[in-house]
Design a protein around this ligand. Sequence first.
Ligand code: DGL
Length: 262
Amino acid sequence: MKIGFFDSGLGGLTILKAVAKALPEYDYVYYGDTANIPYGDKTEEEIYALTVRGVEYLFKVDCSLVVIACNTASAETARRIQEEFLPTNFPDRKVLGVIVPTIEELNFGKMTKVALLATKRTIESKKYHKELELKGNGNALLIDMATPELVPLIELGELEAATNQAISRIETEAGESEVVVLGCTHYTEIKRGLRAHFKETKNIISQDEVIPEKLKTYLAAHPEIETKLSRGGERVVHLTEHKPYFDQILQQLLGGVMVEEN
Ligand code: DGL
């Protein structure tokens, strides 16, 4: 059986790339819902329906475990899929989100000021606030920054423009922050530019550096899943819509992969 990755577009490939580097032996299938991106301005019900469709596809192609790499989909669907959809439909499969592991990674002091960059939907869901509270870290000062304008720029490969835009927003709205959480798959692409600009003044948390270790720990704790994973080193990308300029991005992010389209 394989490990599936779900995202609303290509951004989650940066997470898959990091995971596949840390755990190269397993077989991976990536589902990017490029026909429906962005998710960041859709309703909760729309996001739930699209995410369930992607998760079902990944189960159908033999994934026993699916990582919802998309923060927006994680915020709106991960717990609902785990608590309602899986028990009745796929009791032997697992779905993991990215928000809880990101929160676990953060070691906030009481008054640490944290800028959270995410889509409008993720920010409005207040999911980061809720999970922080559950972890007993509700006192961290989370500065919500909805930055959906970065997604199309990054999706088009316009990284410099996206980086400059993010810097200007952070300086204006969260100049005092000590930590910046990149709470969207796509933003991993601008972490270098942000680090080069803010240097030691801000700690930039990027999920491609968080999820691989978390997944390793999860698999070590769940031998019933891990022992059934196939080890062919296969990477397959399934996109709901393919555009010619994706080829270069796919090549850059994963090298030679098999691309399928709906
Ligand atoms: N992949 C989404 C996320 O991580 C961002 C892109 C979108 O709006 O669909 O939140």
